[in-house]
Design a protein. Structure first.
Length: 155
């Protein structure tokens, strides 16, 4: 199997791709929406593109040890929150907690941590949104399951 060039996984390259993805998403949002909806999506949904792309790069770099079933389940549940009301769970908090606890690369962890602080601030202090707790708990539980499968596979 052909390995991608190591430069692709350099933190600055990952950050560059993540910023390009966020800017592209912001451009699409500005074309598709206007008014308060555009502002809300630009302020809350577009920034998560940066840690998400960094997460994808982290997973691509370590593709052999990734627990794909858990990863796919977490990402699909987190994304489904944008389209279907899932009670008691914040998709942002779920994904960011899981990502923070399962990624290894510095850019993935740092961008995830910064975005998680932003989400906690908004949900806890601005909106008093209890879905934050469900997302944090489920993200932590999923990361523990992920780590358990890694341990079992190594032993």
């Amino acid at each position: 199997m052909v390995r991608p060039p190591a430069i692709l996984f350099h933190p600055l390259a990952t950050l560059l791709f993540a910023l390009i993805a966020a800017l592209a998403l912001a451009f699409v949002v500005s074309l598709a929406f206007d008014g308060q909806r555009e502002t809300a999506i630009l302020a809350y949904s577009v920034p998560i593109a940066i840690p998400f792309v960094a997460y994808l790069f982290d997973r691509a770099q370590r593709w052999r040890e990734v627990r794909w079933f858990i990863d796919v389940a977490v990402v699909l549940l987190a994304l489904s929150r944008a389209f279907v009301p899932v009670p008691f769970i914040s998709g942002h908090a779920l994904f960011l907690t899981y990502s923070l606890l399962t990624t290894r690369t510095s850019i993935a962890r740092l961008s995830t941590l910064l975005m998680l602080v932003y989400v906690v601030y908004l949900k806890a202090f601005m909106w008093q949104d209890v879905t934050l707790v469900g997302g944090l708990v489920l993200g932590t539980a999923a990361s523990l399951a992920w780590r358990q499968t890694v341990r079992k596979r190594v032993q």
